[in-house]
Design a protein around this ligand. Structure first.
Ligand SMILES: *[C@@H]1O[C@H](CO)[C@@H](O)[C@H](O)[C@H]1NC(C)=O
Ligand SMILES: *[C@@H]1O[C@H](CO)[C@@H](O)[C@H](O)[C@H]1NC(C)=O
Ligand SMILES: *[C@@H]1O[C@H](CO)[C@@H](O)[C@H](O)[C@H]1NC(C)=O
Ligand SMILES: *[C@@H]1O[C@H](CO)[C@@H](O)[C@H](O)[C@H]1NC(C)=O
Length: 373
């Protein structure tokens, strides 16, 4: 330990005169990595960010240049060995050789023009993205934008010197529940069909500021959510790659039933079928089971519908009416007595296998979520 601090003191007394340490680099504070440049150019790049750049790691093998927001003087513990690398500390006191006596903020870069040096704002103009950490405006160059905690997108969005590294309009934040990405949510009450909402391409609630995610992505039913929450990931179903689809039913915030399907190579509607089942909370929801109906669109007629339905047998509401789940809507006089409320209800069998429809219970929230495999 003592020897180590002695070595650092020695290194830095040497570094003061040359400002360089061979075979070292500063780890963890790089805000920009540039390539194909000489050592002097690398130092000048750093000097162009007077408020922000305190040191560089120059690699003479790869001709690469890392600009660092910290220096070994302040972070001696971050100096590590690396062959081919030269650590160079930039003296920040006095006039910058590039900016002269102009003071730039740490969001600016000094550039030399015919009429002298000037400060130019360095960043990318970002739109506001729903549920992103960065709330629109100027994202500094070399900084990245992520989704808020609880939301996720495949990657972050980085502002480089050439602008955003990806198409900003494609950067969206999706709600995550237990590692699954929420693509659809409905709740009981109301009369709108979950099947029709699910397939209504173009509806993109992940970007719609009028849809309140606090209520509309929750596993708890809320009167403050007035829409079937649907994301545009459903529009791109066939380009999603390899993924699983998870349909879960919740009652008062507790999961009461689920079926997981293999979404790979399916369409927006064909994934909900016996041959795609991967697992279920019901032990007899299996690929080789016999079903009366296993369908997303379900059973639709004047004054009633049942969708997202899995039925073993239709038995006229009696002892042979056997089911697992059914999102039902029925006007008075249509379907079975318990369905005749003129609002949709999420029926499920509370047993570990199928049961008589009459013994079904009612859930209040349904979610469809996906996970890449
Ligand atoms: C970005 O993506 C949007 C939506 O996919 C598209 O309409 C737009 O043309 C894209 N812009 C660029 C510059 O690629
Ligand atoms: C299905 O998704 C829910 C979140 O909606 C999650 O709690 C559950 O664990 C998932 N099921 C499986 C088998 O991963
Ligand atoms: C629903 O959940 C809340 C909070 O967990 C609890 O206080 C309430 O009793 C539950 N209601 C029913 C009907 O189970
Ligand atoms: C999902 O389906 C694809 C396409 O049919 C198949 O290649 C893959 O093995 C399946 N995955 C699982 C876990 O069954």
């Amino acid at each position: 330990m003592l020897l180590k601090s002695y070595l650092f003191a020695l290194l830095f007394s040497l570094a003061r005169s040359s400002s360089e340490i061979y075979g070292k680099y500063l780890s963890g504070f790089t805000f920009a990595s540039l390539d194909k440049m000489g050592k002097q150019m690398c130092v000048r790049e750093c000097q162009s960010y007077p408020g922000r750049c305190k040191s560089v790691n120059y690699n003479r093998v790869h001709l690469s240049c890392d600009l660092n927001t910290e220096s070994a003087t302040d972070k001696p513990e971050a100096i590590l060995d690396r062959e081919g690398s030269t650590y160079i500390e930039i003296l920040t006191s006095g006039n910058s050789p590039i900016c002269g006596n102009i003071q730039c903020s740490n969001k600016e870069k000094c550039v030399v023009t015919k009429s002298g040096s000037s400060c130019i704002l360095q960043g990318c103009n970002m739109p506001r993205v729903k549920n992103a950490e960065f709330d629109g405006g100027l994202l500094m160059s070399w900084e990245s934008m992520q989704c808020k905690t609880g939301y996720r997108y495949k990657t972050s969005l980085t502002c480089t010197e050439r602008g955003l590294d990806k198409n900003a309009t494609e950067f969206k934040c999706y709600k995550e529940v237990d590692g699954w990405t929420l693509i659809y949510r409905g709740q009981s009450g109301g009369t709108d069909s979950d099947y029709l909402s699910f397939i209504s391409n173009g509806k993109s609630d992940e970007t719609n500021k009028n849809v309140n995610d606090e209520y509309c992505t929750s596993i708890t039913k809320s009167p403050l959510c007035t829409t079937n929450y649907r994301t545009s990931l459903i529009d791109r179903w066939q380009s999603l790659g390899n993924f699983k689809v998870n349909v879960s039913l919740y009652k008062n915030g507790t999961k009461v039933a689920e079926v997981v399907f293999n979404g790979t190579g399916t369409s927006q509607v064909s994934w909900f079928s016996p041959s795609k089942i991967l697992s279920s909370s019901w032990s007899d929801v299996l690929s080789h089971q016999t079903y009366k109906y296993f369908s997303l669109e379900g059973h639709v007629n004047t004054g009633f519908w049942r969708n997202f339905q899995i039925w073993k047998n239709y038995g006229g509401c009696g002892a042979t009416d056997l089911f697992w789940m059914s999102l039902s809507y029925a006007e008075p006089g249509k379907l079975c007595t318990q369905e005749q409320t003129s609002t949709k209800q999420y029926f499920y069998c509370p047993a570990t296998t199928h049961c008589i429809f009459d013994q079904g219970e009612v859930a209040d929230v349904m979610t469809v979520s996906i996970k890449m495999t």
